[in-house]
Design a protein around this ligand. Structure first.
Ligand SMILES: C[S@@+](CC[C@H](N)C(=O)[O-])C[C@H]1O[C@@H](n2cnc3c(N)ncnc32)[C@H](O)[C@@H]1O
Length: 235
Protein backbone atom coordinates (compact mmCIF):
# COMPACT_ATOMS: atom_id res chain seq x y z
CA UNK A 1 0.00 0.00 0.00
CA UNK A 2 1.49 3.39 -0.96
CA UNK A 3 1.28 6.48 1.25
CA UNK A 4 -1.75 7.87 -0.57
CA UNK A 5 -3.62 4.55 -0.21
CA UNK A 6 -2.73 4.46 3.49
CA UNK A 7 -4.06 7.97 3.98
CA UNK A 8 -7.28 7.12 2.13
CA UNK A 9 -7.72 4.03 4.30
CA UNK A 10 -7.20 6.10 7.48
CA UNK A 11 -9.70 8.72 6.28
CA UNK A 12 -12.23 6.01 5.44
CA UNK A 13 -11.79 4.28 8.83
CA UNK A 14 -12.21 7.63 10.63
CA UNK A 15 -15.42 8.36 8.71
CA UNK A 16 -16.74 4.87 9.50
CA UNK A 17 -16.15 5.36 13.25
CA UNK A 18 -17.84 8.75 13.20
CA UNK A 19 -20.81 7.26 11.31
CA UNK A 20 -21.00 4.33 13.75
CA UNK A 21 -21.19 6.77 16.67
CA UNK A 22 -24.47 8.12 15.25
CA UNK A 23 -26.22 4.75 15.54
CA UNK A 24 -26.11 4.37 19.32
CA UNK A 25 -29.75 5.33 20.02
CA UNK A 26 -28.82 7.61 22.96
CA UNK A 27 -28.24 4.44 24.98
CA UNK A 28 -25.87 5.28 27.85
CA UNK A 29 -24.22 1.84 28.00
CA UNK A 30 -23.65 1.67 24.25
CA UNK A 31 -22.34 5.26 24.13
CA UNK A 32 -19.99 4.71 27.07
CA UNK A 33 -18.70 1.46 25.56
CA UNK A 34 -18.21 3.03 22.13
CA UNK A 35 -16.34 6.07 23.45
CA UNK A 36 -14.22 3.90 25.76
CA UNK A 37 -12.87 2.26 22.62
CA UNK A 38 -12.57 5.52 20.68
CA UNK A 39 -10.87 7.74 23.28
CA UNK A 40 -7.31 7.04 22.05
CA UNK A 41 -7.91 7.76 18.37
CA UNK A 42 -10.77 10.31 18.61
CA UNK A 43 -8.63 13.43 18.11
CA UNK A 44 -6.87 11.94 15.10
CA UNK A 45 -10.14 10.79 13.51
CA UNK A 46 -12.01 14.07 13.90
CA UNK A 47 -8.92 15.97 12.75
CA UNK A 48 -8.95 13.94 9.53
CA UNK A 49 -12.61 14.90 9.16
CA UNK A 50 -11.75 18.62 9.41
CA UNK A 51 -13.75 19.03 12.64
CA UNK A 52 -13.87 22.76 13.41
CA UNK A 53 -16.87 22.78 15.83
CA UNK A 54 -14.72 23.26 18.96
CA UNK A 55 -12.99 26.34 17.57
CA UNK A 56 -16.30 27.92 16.52
CA UNK A 57 -18.04 27.19 19.84
CA UNK A 58 -15.07 28.54 21.84
CA UNK A 59 -14.90 31.69 19.71
CA UNK A 60 -18.65 32.24 20.16
CA UNK A 61 -18.10 31.98 23.93
CA UNK A 62 -15.35 34.58 23.62
CA UNK A 63 -17.62 36.91 21.63
CA UNK A 64 -20.49 36.49 24.13
CA UNK A 65 -18.17 37.28 27.03
CA UNK A 66 -16.82 40.40 25.35
CA UNK A 67 -20.26 41.60 24.27
CA UNK A 68 -22.36 40.82 27.31
CA UNK A 69 -20.52 39.72 30.45
CA UNK A 70 -18.84 41.98 32.95
CA UNK A 71 -15.47 40.94 34.30
CA UNK A 72 -12.27 39.63 32.81
CA UNK A 73 -12.44 36.52 30.64
CA UNK A 74 -10.23 34.70 33.14
CA UNK A 75 -12.91 35.11 35.83
CA UNK A 76 -15.82 33.68 33.81
CA UNK A 77 -16.92 30.23 35.04
CA UNK A 78 -17.54 28.03 32.03
CA UNK A 79 -18.77 24.44 31.77
CA UNK A 80 -18.00 22.20 28.79
CA UNK A 81 -20.87 19.67 28.70
CA UNK A 82 -19.90 16.46 26.88
CA UNK A 83 -16.31 17.66 26.84
CA UNK A 84 -14.94 14.49 25.24
CA UNK A 85 -11.15 14.62 24.98
CA UNK A 86 -11.10 18.34 25.70
CA UNK A 87 -10.88 19.91 22.24
CA UNK A 88 -13.23 22.76 23.27
CA UNK A 89 -11.41 23.36 26.57
CA UNK A 90 -8.11 23.72 24.76
CA UNK A 91 -9.64 26.33 22.44
CA UNK A 92 -11.25 28.16 25.39
CA UNK A 93 -7.93 28.28 27.20
CA UNK A 94 -6.21 29.54 24.04
CA UNK A 95 -8.48 32.60 23.98
CA UNK A 96 -8.08 33.41 27.66
CA UNK A 97 -10.71 31.49 29.67
CA UNK A 98 -9.25 29.99 32.84
CA UNK A 99 -12.14 28.68 34.98
CA UNK A 100 -13.15 25.79 32.72
CA UNK A 101 -14.89 22.67 34.04
CA UNK A 102 -16.06 19.72 31.98
CA UNK A 103 -18.11 16.54 32.17
CA UNK A 104 -18.70 13.58 29.94
CA UNK A 105 -20.58 10.29 29.95
CA UNK A 106 -17.36 8.46 29.18
CA UNK A 107 -14.74 8.30 31.92
CA UNK A 108 -12.06 7.49 29.31
CA UNK A 109 -12.88 10.60 27.26
CA UNK A 110 -13.01 12.67 30.48
CA UNK A 111 -9.56 11.40 31.44
CA UNK A 112 -8.19 12.60 28.09
CA UNK A 113 -9.71 16.02 28.81
CA UNK A 114 -8.00 16.10 32.22
CA UNK A 115 -4.69 15.35 30.54
CA UNK A 116 -4.96 18.52 28.42
CA UNK A 117 -4.63 20.54 31.67
CA UNK A 118 -6.96 23.13 30.15
CA UNK A 119 -9.65 22.29 32.74
CA UNK A 120 -9.99 23.08 36.42
CA UNK A 121 -12.10 19.97 37.03
CA UNK A 122 -13.55 17.22 34.83
CA UNK A 123 -16.16 14.62 35.82
CA UNK A 124 -16.82 11.34 34.03
CA UNK A 125 -20.01 9.23 34.16
CA UNK A 126 -22.38 12.22 33.86
CA UNK A 127 -25.37 11.40 31.64
CA UNK A 128 -27.11 14.35 30.05
CA UNK A 129 -29.99 12.08 29.03
CA UNK A 130 -30.54 11.00 32.62
CA UNK A 131 -32.24 12.72 35.55
CA UNK A 132 -30.86 16.16 36.52
CA UNK A 133 -27.20 15.88 37.37
CA UNK A 134 -25.79 16.77 40.77
CA UNK A 135 -24.37 20.02 39.41
CA UNK A 136 -25.95 22.84 41.39
CA UNK A 137 -28.34 25.22 39.64
CA UNK A 138 -26.89 28.55 38.43
CA UNK A 139 -23.29 27.37 38.71
CA UNK A 140 -21.81 28.73 35.48
CA UNK A 141 -21.73 31.97 33.50
CA UNK A 142 -21.50 30.09 30.22
CA UNK A 143 -22.18 26.44 29.35
CA UNK A 144 -20.87 25.16 26.02
CA UNK A 145 -21.87 21.92 24.34
CA UNK A 146 -20.21 20.90 21.08
CA UNK A 147 -20.78 17.71 19.10
CA UNK A 148 -23.20 16.32 21.68
CA UNK A 149 -26.58 17.25 20.17
CA UNK A 150 -25.81 14.84 17.39
CA UNK A 151 -27.61 11.73 16.14
CA UNK A 152 -27.58 8.84 18.59
CA UNK A 153 -26.20 10.99 21.43
CA UNK A 154 -28.07 13.48 23.62
CA UNK A 155 -31.78 14.06 23.16
CA UNK A 156 -33.12 17.64 22.80
CA UNK A 157 -34.45 17.53 26.39
CA UNK A 158 -30.83 17.73 27.59
CA UNK A 159 -30.96 21.45 26.79
CA UNK A 160 -33.17 21.99 29.86
CA UNK A 161 -30.43 20.65 32.13
CA UNK A 162 -27.81 22.90 30.53
CA UNK A 163 -30.06 25.91 31.24
CA UNK A 164 -30.56 24.83 34.86
CA UNK A 165 -26.82 24.63 35.51
CA UNK A 166 -26.22 28.06 33.94
CA UNK A 167 -26.91 31.22 35.95
CA UNK A 168 -29.75 33.62 35.06
CA UNK A 169 -28.62 35.97 32.27
CA UNK A 170 -25.77 33.56 31.51
CA UNK A 171 -25.49 31.76 28.18
CA UNK A 172 -25.71 28.25 26.73
CA UNK A 173 -23.83 27.78 23.45
CA UNK A 174 -24.49 24.55 21.53
CA UNK A 175 -23.91 23.04 18.13
CA UNK A 176 -26.51 20.89 16.39
CA UNK A 177 -25.47 18.89 13.37
CA UNK A 178 -27.84 19.64 10.50
CA UNK A 179 -28.94 15.99 10.29
CA UNK A 180 -29.75 16.08 14.01
CA UNK A 181 -31.68 19.34 13.73
CA UNK A 182 -33.70 17.84 10.88
CA UNK A 183 -34.34 14.43 12.49
CA UNK A 184 -35.15 15.45 16.06
CA UNK A 185 -37.48 17.80 17.91
CA UNK A 186 -34.64 20.15 18.91
CA UNK A 187 -36.33 23.24 17.50
CA UNK A 188 -39.64 22.33 19.19
CA UNK A 189 -37.75 21.89 22.46
CA UNK A 190 -36.24 25.35 22.02
CA UNK A 191 -39.73 26.81 21.48
CA UNK A 192 -41.08 24.88 24.46
CA UNK A 193 -38.34 26.18 26.74
CA UNK A 194 -38.78 29.68 25.39
CA UNK A 195 -42.54 29.54 26.03
CA UNK A 196 -41.85 28.25 29.54
CA UNK A 197 -39.57 31.24 30.14
CA UNK A 198 -36.48 29.06 30.62
CA UNK A 199 -34.29 30.53 27.89
CA UNK A 200 -34.29 32.87 24.93
CA UNK A 201 -32.57 32.00 21.65
CA UNK A 202 -30.33 35.06 21.34
CA UNK A 203 -28.32 34.30 18.20
CA UNK A 204 -27.83 31.47 15.74
CA UNK A 205 -25.13 30.81 13.14
CA UNK A 206 -26.95 28.86 10.45
CA UNK A 207 -25.32 26.22 8.36
CA UNK A 208 -21.74 26.81 9.46
CA UNK A 209 -18.72 24.61 8.81
CA UNK A 210 -18.48 21.66 11.19
CA UNK A 211 -16.98 18.50 9.62
CA UNK A 212 -15.98 17.80 6.05
CA UNK A 213 -19.22 16.13 5.02
CA UNK A 214 -21.76 18.10 7.04
CA UNK A 215 -22.50 21.56 8.40
CA UNK A 216 -24.07 22.49 11.74
CA UNK A 217 -26.10 25.25 13.34
CA UNK A 218 -24.54 27.05 16.30
CA UNK A 219 -26.99 28.35 18.91
CA UNK A 220 -26.57 30.98 21.61
CA UNK A 221 -29.28 30.91 24.29
CA UNK A 222 -29.64 33.38 27.12
CA UNK A 223 -30.88 31.80 30.32
CA UNK A 224 -33.70 33.49 32.23
CA UNK A 225 -34.44 33.62 35.93
CA UNK A 226 -37.13 30.98 35.43
CA UNK A 227 -34.59 28.37 34.34
CA UNK A 228 -33.54 27.65 37.87
CA UNK A 229 -36.81 28.34 39.62
CA UNK A 230 -38.69 25.63 37.76
CA UNK A 231 -38.40 21.94 38.43
CA UNK A 232 -39.86 20.36 35.34
CA UNK A 233 -40.30 16.62 35.01
CA UNK A 234 -37.76 15.23 32.56
CA UNK A 235 -38.39 12.04 30.61
C1 LIG B 1 -18.62 13.79 19.22
S1 LIG B 1 -18.01 13.78 20.88
C2 LIG B 1 -17.76 15.53 21.16
C3 LIG B 1 -16.75 15.75 22.24
C4 LIG B 1 -16.27 17.21 22.39
N1 LIG B 1 -17.30 18.08 22.88
C5 LIG B 1 -15.74 17.69 21.07
O1 LIG B 1 -16.33 18.63 20.50
O2 LIG B 1 -14.73 17.13 20.61
C6 LIG B 1 -19.48 13.47 21.81
C7 LIG B 1 -19.21 13.35 23.30
O3 LIG B 1 -20.46 13.32 23.97
C8 LIG B 1 -20.38 12.39 25.01
N2 LIG B 1 -21.73 11.94 25.31
C9 LIG B 1 -22.53 11.15 24.56
N3 LIG B 1 -23.70 10.96 25.17
C10 LIG B 1 -23.64 11.66 26.32
C11 LIG B 1 -24.55 11.83 27.41
N4 LIG B 1 -25.75 11.24 27.38
N5 LIG B 1 -24.18 12.59 28.45
C12 LIG B 1 -22.95 13.18 28.47
N6 LIG B 1 -22.05 13.05 27.47
C13 LIG B 1 -22.38 12.29 26.41
C14 LIG B 1 -19.49 11.29 24.46
O4 LIG B 1 -18.96 10.47 25.47
C15 LIG B 1 -18.46 12.08 23.68
O5 LIG B 1 -17.35 12.39 24.46
Amino acid sequence: MNTLDQQTALDEAARERIKASHGLDSDADRLAHFYRGWANSYDLDVGLDEYCGPMIVAELAGAVQTAYLAGQRATIAILDAGCGTGLVGVELERIGFRLIDGFDLSEEMAEKARQTRAYRHVRGDVDLNGPPSDYSSSSYDITVCCGVFTLGHVRPQGLRELARITRPNGFVIASTRKSYAEATSFEQEVRRLQDAGVLVPAQRLNDGRYVAEEHAHYWIFQVTHEANAQTEERP
